[in-house]
Design a protein around this ligand. Sequence first.
Ligand code: 6PG
Length: 477
Amino acid sequence: KKASIGVTGLAVMGRNLARNLARHGHTVALHNRSEQRTRDLVEQFGDEGDFIPAYSAQEFVDALERPRQIVIMVKAGAPTDAVIDEFAPLLEKGDVIVDAGNAHFADTRRREAALRERGLHFVGTGVSGGEEGALHGPSIMPGGSKESYESLGPLFEDISAKVDGEPCCTHIGPDGAGHFVKMVHNGIEYADMQLIAESFDLLRGALGHSPAQIADVFRTWNTGRLDSYLIEITAEVLAHTDAATGKPFVDIVTDQAEQKGTGRWTVQTALDLGVPVSGIAEAVFARSLSGSADLRAASRGLPGPSRAPLTGAAAESFADDVERALYASKIVAYAQGFNQIQAGGAEFGWDIDLGAVAKIWRGGCIIRAKFLDDVSAAFAAEPGLPTLLTSGDFRKAVEDAQDSWRSVVATAVRLGIPAPGFSTALAYYDGLRAERLPAALVQGQRDFFGAHTYRRVDREGSFHTAWATSDRPESPA
Ligand code: 6PG
């Protein structure tokens, strides 16, 4: 018997994907650079399904049914290229190589084009949900050709998470579309995490609540519209006490957030596309600021306001205000992220169904949330929606939230509690809805110092004012 799919790279993510496939009744060929991992998997989990261990690239390829489907689960970058170079020469026309790691979509586009020339399908696929997700049902975002999805789709849909009986897996679009969407997923993940962290900091700083009390607040929020995996685990982390010291766990962890790079890629790409993903950018920068140890040490004595906590009615309503501010800021972060997917789709010629993306993010992935039901419904109702913010329910939610949102940002500013995520989201909202922006003045400045020209509100064409001439005549540029 041959295997319907193979997995090479059996570190925890690869191993769990392989086990998930086997548990769903698929015969899985296994391969790893060092043989021990392959042996360990078969030894420990061999009874979970049908595995065919292979101890050479040729053996692995020979174990597979045609078209062969090989999932690569190794580190992004050079290790991925090395594995592709090892297997591609052994494959035949129509075979499929899947890169399920967190690759940069530009690498995926390059690899796809190169392998297409050789008659092979290359599928860059996003897989979200961490180790647990990989084993019990991740959210899967495959790119690549339509044809490759015909054989791969049923397998991936089978092992993906399900919400309302629907698989959290869909063909995103050609070449790098899957990895692009996974990248933006991670960018949104950064924004979500930052907003939640700011909420914690505000509740602590403005109310003097303990982490355990704030855990309860998050638990309550998790029963409402903020119901999501990240809110749920936040409550768990905040409620946890360090065994060694008896202190809240969150107080014994070094306050320097690390990153592997997908959030940064999201922002770099957004800059190239000209899409203002300020919420994601602030989240990435907040991590960088936290990690700037020397800079922070040098700045520690800088003066700030006195931090008298809130009292009276302001204190009483504060947690609810933060909930509203968090919800509104979250809507902004997702609106920005979806705009980036829209822009990426237009730039690279992918036809991405935003409603379908929101739908497969409802389960399995790190940003899974009840909220995504509404996001998916909003795009299904109006596929060309310019921004989530104008869609019925979200527009209403932001309208209801805005007084609280403004007051929370004002409180943060007054108490000197950094809330870049909340502030930028609100500034973005106010920027979008503004009748006139001071960008007109920026255009004037550019024309003044560099003759960069401007357009007028009342006439077609570009113009330049001769600023150095005393009567400042204007001429068409
Ligand atoms: C997922 C996660 C996963 C990874 C994060 C961590 O969707 O399952 O996003 O891909 O754990 O990318 O990212 P940082 O290390 O950059 O925080």
